[in-house]
Design a binder for this molecule. Structure first.
Ligand SMILES: [Zn+2]
Length: 561
């Protein structure tokens, strides 16, 4: 079987009795989950999420899946199924609907409510089909059945897809909390029933495949959260994802029991909590929640603030608080409860924030020093359990970085799924299910599409490389006024800098080199100003690199005197 590491080309035409599965995001990264299913000339999409940028992607708002491979087939799309309401599963929908507005969106009540509110901000009124666990829905050549799964947001669904080419079960993000706050457990009886019917291909959540054992229950957090409310002398500031309804419910209950009031802070937190409470996913005791302005006049020991960042991501809000740049001014005796994950890879930034908040006099409670967070994803034990219950013919791990996908594949093999039936794909790699066998068949375009302000896809890898250069070494602009006949500078060459540290001597050597290079352009018969500027840039860059080991972005302006 070709591995995704070997060079793949465009896949061949899909035979009539086949189904093609193309992940456009979420494989090789944690985020922007999107999978396209193709059968009998029609397409169906499961999830369409965004990825949030990292430190090496400055100025980027969000990153989208690449729609290139489906762009000329938009009319063939039967529907988009949304497994749950997390940004990394629904955040890309507004951008896909900008390309075709009437693609039906299928999802559970809460998922569609969160998504519809988001689409409203983009001024899009979508066509929606609300479904619930246990329900079936026919979308053209795709017969869908929805199964309840448990995750870190209520109302999540797995989807079972029946076609003439075979069946696929997609878990979406899930875990197997046996004591969830809403009592809605992952429906393993349905998994078993579908397993009996026959699951030709099983797409499973890989996020926690490396974590041994079982993910703890949300309920296990209650003692630690209660302790925070029992012992904090002044304000309690809770940061959480704006979608983590159950975690927020636990905080509300603890605040209520402690006789405190609560205010929600941050647009997405206020919006989502209103939706969740209107639809009865969140139970807010009467009089508990007051608005932010009102709570500010209350005594500190009565105050709870539940906040998040502008994208619903909690660390962004905490970073601003740490820098004194937020409407919540953290002070002496406040307690900050970080009721969310510390995003892997960003540890340094997070510990920097924790240190700054501590310096402001706050006591910080986080998953590193108290049991205040559990993951939303199934650990290895739960995944093995699922494989044994479903007994799938083929397995394709999804949702995770390469190491997570490989760990998940290993679990599948351990439960007896034959090596040749475990497919490890990457974004853009097409997997064909034909006559019960899943196989890698090719690759389509699936790059990172950057949203930067109002532009989509205009910022490229080159843009980011330039931005990193600017932030790393600053800018040096060289200005040379030259005699058009001799190319000799008629005035001393000027060096203007931004963010580049220098002294009087730094540019002396560079000035001499620039003069020499300019005269040389005359000897070489180069008259094109753009070309001369390029040579000046090269000369100064080389000089600064060799002499000072510095690499600023260098620009040149050469003017005929
Ligand atoms: Zn999720």
């Amino acid at each position: 079987m070709p591995s995704p590491r070997t060079k793949l080309s465009a896949p061949p035409r899909l035979p009539k009795n086949g189904m093609r599965i193309t992940p456009l995001g979420g494989l090789g990264e944690v985020g922007r989950n999107m999978t396209v299913f193709e059968h009998a000339g029609k397409l169906m999409i499961v999830d369409c999420g965004v990825l949030f940028p990292e430190e090496h992607q400055p100025g980027i708002d969000v990153i989208l899946p690449d729609f290139t491979s489906i762009r000329d087939r938009l009319q063939d799309i039967e529907c988009i199924v949304l497994t749950h309401g997390h940004e990394d599963h629904i955040g890309g929908v507004p951008y896909l609907l900008k390309e075709r507005a009437d693609i039906p969106l299928i999802g559970s009540e809460l998922t569609l409510a969160f998504l519809t509110a988001k689409l409203k901000e983009h001024r899009i009124t979508p066509k929606t089909v609300q479904v619930e666990a246990g329900q079936k829905h026919r979308a053209g050549v795709f017969d869908l059945e929805f199964v309840a799964v448990n995750h870190s947001i209520p109302d999540s669904l797995a989807v079972f897809i029946r076609t003439k080419a075979g069946t696929v079960l997609c878990t979406g993000d899930f875990k197997m909390d046996q004591f969830p706050l809403d009592g809605r457990i992952t429906d393993l009886r349905a998994f078993a029933r579908l397993g009996e019917e026959g699951v030709d291909l099983f797409l499973t959540d890989s996020t926690n495949a490396e974590v041994p054992g079982f993910t703890m229950s949300e309920r296990d957090l209650t003692p630690a959260i209660d302790r925070v409310f029992a012992t904090s002398p002044r304000r309690i500031i809770v940061s959480s994802f704006a979608s983590h309804v159950h975690r927020i419910q636990q905080v509300l209950d603890a605040a209520h029991a402690a006789g405190r009031k609560v205010a929600f802070v941050g647009r997405s937190m206020v919006r989502n909590m209103k939706i969740a409470s209107d639809l009865d996913y969140l139970d807010i005791p009467k009089g508990l929640v007051v608005d932010f302005r009102k709570i500010q006049s209350m005594p500190d020991h009565k105050v709870t603030l539940i906040c998040t960042g502008s994208q619903g991501e909690p660390m962004a809000a905490l970073a601003r608080m740490a820098n004194g740049d937020h409407q919540i001014q953290v002070g002496e005796g406040d307690t900050v409860l970080m009721a969310s994950s510390l995003i892997p890879g960003n540890e340094n930034a997070i510990y920097g924030i924790i240190n700054k908040l501590t310096d402001l006099g706050a006591n910080i409670v986080h998953k590193g020093n108290a049991k205040v967070h559990v993951s939303g994803h199934a650990s290895a034990g739960e995944l093995v359990y699922c494989y044994n219950i479903v007994r799938p013919k083929n397995v394709m791990p999804v949702h995770g970085e390469s190491k997570h996908l490989h760990a998940n594949a290993e679990l599948a093999r351990k439960t007896g799924v034959p090596e040749k039936n475990v497919v490890i794909a990457q974004d853009g790699v097409t997997v064909d299910l034909i006559a019960g066998q899943a196989k890698i068949s090719g690759k389509v375009e699936a790059g990172l599409v950057y949203v930067d302000g109002q532009t989509i896809g205009a910022a490229t890898e080159d843009t980011l490389a330039e931005r990193r250069l600017l932030s790393g070494g600053g800018v040096v602009t060289v200005v040379a006024l030259i005699d058009p006949k001799t190319h000799k500078p008629v005035e001393p060459v000027e060096f203007l800098t931004k963010g580049f540290v220098h002294d009087k001597k730094t540019f002396q050597g560079a000035a001499a080199q620039v003069e020499k290079a300019l005269v040389q352009t005359r000897t070489d018969g180069i008259d094109d100003i753009a070309k001369i500027e390029e040579i000046v840039v090269e000369t100064v860059s080389t000089h600064l690199r060799r002499t000072y080991r510095r690499e600023p972005a260098v620009m040149a302006v050469v003017i005929d005197a």
